[in-house]
Design a protein around this ligand. Sequence first.
Ligand code: 5AD
Ligand code: SF4
Ligand code: FES
Length: 385
Amino acid sequence: MDARTENHAVLPEVLDRAAAGRLSRADLAFLLSLEDAGDCRRLFAAAYAVKLRHIGKNVSLRGLIEMGNVCAKNCLYCGIRKDNARVERYLLDADAVVRMAEWAWGQRYGSVVIQSGEIESAEHANLICGILRRIADFSGGELGVTLSLGEQDGETFRRWREAGAHRYLLRIETSSPRLYRELHPPDHSFARRLECLRQLRSLGYQVGTGVMCGLPGQTAGDLADDLAFFADLDIDMIGMGPYIPHPDTPLGAGLYVTDSFRARQLRLGLKMIAAARLYLRDVNIAAATALQALADNGREQGLKAGANVIMPNVTDLAFRRNYQLYAGKPCLEENADHCRGCLALRVAGVGENILWGERGDSEHYRRRTFSGRPRSETAKSPIAP
Ligand code: 5AD
Ligand code: SF4
Ligand code: FES
């Protein structure tokens, strides 16, 4: 039997184990290695069935505010790394961020994500505190706020939590310390990133993490380990996407990105979503914008492979161009209004329903914090303790 025929034969057994909640690391690596289009379709359908059971045909929105591209770090793959002199740097002031959050609130987005490069300073920490208080004020504490502002000290995380942030997204990027070392300069610490995730959890945040898939030197086994890492940390939400080379970075310079490379990266991103849904079941999983950079309907494909969160960009057009982590970022010429309409059509086009005005906490988070109570009592949960 050749490998392809053998996979056809083994896949039903693995999907049976997935349905019974008994996937092994070897099973996960097997699913992530599938190449045949029909096999992948079967995997996505199985993951979608699990999503339907836990979440229904529902999509939660997070309005994405790209607050700034100033970053103290030099990750070898990222377009806004400190040493990329070709980027025009910007940092929005509090008024601009609050205005974008108000717009998202007015559009019934339910929650926003404030994202920027990594800045660790007292001034920045205070700026974020002020923004969080103003958002809590105008929305009566109703608008959900996720921060994605990189590594910080424990005191800063605590103050931001107290000022009204209730979710934090910090991608581990890869759970392999070896790969992490290869993708970052020596002064970037895997151990500190992990420690930050633990601190966030102990401060009562809903914690999200994630990885890039399809990195040079990364194997299906590494990605299976990433999924086991998410399970070990008992995380609530996952934001992960395919790696897309950026020409102005050490990792992406001089690379010619072929159509077949893009197709492979997209397929891997979708397989990773599906495997995460089968393995972790009730967490929130984002259909990353990077999927749309690889195929026009990439995010919709992500929803059909098991994702349930989309992050429409609500940043003013003037700044979007300067926030390019990877090449080919979509929505650079569209304003927030246009993206809202476009996305609503796209989501409806795949038969899914947007949860307008809902904050969209993950089922996993509700279960771990309100275990034992019937769902009807927990559905409209207040901000986490
Ligand atoms: N391709 C895909 N994702 C990238 N990120 C950074 N650079 C790239 C790239 N070249 C992701 C990282 C980071 C997130 C904000 O963007 O995972 O955590
Ligand atoms: Fe900075 Fe994040 Fe890019 Fe690394 S991935 S350079 S921390 S914005
Ligand atoms: Fe931005 Fe479609 S989501 S243009």
